[in-house]
Design a protein around this ligand. Sequence first.
Ligand code: GTP
Ligand code: MG
Length: 318
Amino acid sequence: MLNAKDLRRKINESLKGKSEVEQIGIIEGYIQEWPSNVRGEYVRMRRHLVRRLNKLRTRSLTRASSGGHSDDPFVIAKSGHLTAALVGLPNAGKSYVFHRLGGDGATIADYPFATVIPAIHLTSLDNLRIQIIDLPPLVEGTIASLPYGEKLTRIVSLADVLCIVLDASGDTEVQELILADELNSIGIKTEGMAVLVLNNRVKYAADFSPMTEGSILAGTRVGLRSKRDFDCVLSQIARAGGYISTLAKPPGRSLDQANRLWMKDGTTVRDLAASVHKELARRLIGARVWGESARQPGQKVSADHLLADGDVVELLAQ
Ligand SMILES: Nc1nc2c(ncn2[C@@H]2O[C@H](COP(=O)(O)OP(=O)(O)OP(=O)(O)O)[C@@H](O)[C@H]2O)c(=O)[nH]1
Ligand SMILES: [Mg+2]
């Protein structure tokens, strides 16, 4: 780790010449990756960064409400492997979910329209970097009644995964109907998108069913109740976004020494080896596979074998 002085210099360098929106993204990145086991100057520096971030956000907010600017917080640059946008009605719990996924700085409050500008959080899931965007709410007639309607449409359409947040303490069917209509009216075709439906505020496990039969919005359904449910959201986003989870391990090693790698659906053993190491892919002669893609546990397969979600792969090299 860099000493405090060098780190400060590095941060200042990386912010030089950047727009306010870019600076917000960069500082968020630093804060998120800030090591937790540090003291003294590092703690003071983090506090200073948080203050700077808040100032930048307030400035952006003032500008957003006074209408258009190049530093528009609604102009979001995609980053990471996947971008997931949190969409829902007012007070559904979007910012709460954002916060539970590690996002800093979103306004969480018990009144509608608490969120007026998007908040962005870049997080990691093993080898994947996932960008989460907390958004102001959708309401019936968004474009007509709200100044940010069109901008919201732009963000929602750039997302790889649409995370629809429903309030499970209310009537989720009605919410789905309103959201489906609203998204449709602003030109977002949910059928063609990767959708993850997050039922927030599930009180009892028995109240929630992941079945999609008869529901208005297509997509995987997740009930959010326990810490474990929230811990699974990132992997659900990855799956909805077309990634599968694999465990790559050297021959003879135990599972706890395996490397979890999220790979694009359609990945072969060779692709996986290349993600571990280029040299390994060159020397690869095949693999042994445990999991859905294997006919029997430990099946020997060629380098062209297609992997499935949850596979454990022992990569065999010359
Ligand atoms: N205990 C608990 N409180 C929640 C949960 N989800 C949301 N809340 C509370 O409900 C209120 C609204 O949550 P927000 O996350 O601000 O809702 P939102 O969808 O972002 O609302 P807007 O920004 O207005 O669109 C806040 O007071 C949250 O603390 C939950 O799962 N459990
Ligand atoms: Mg909010």
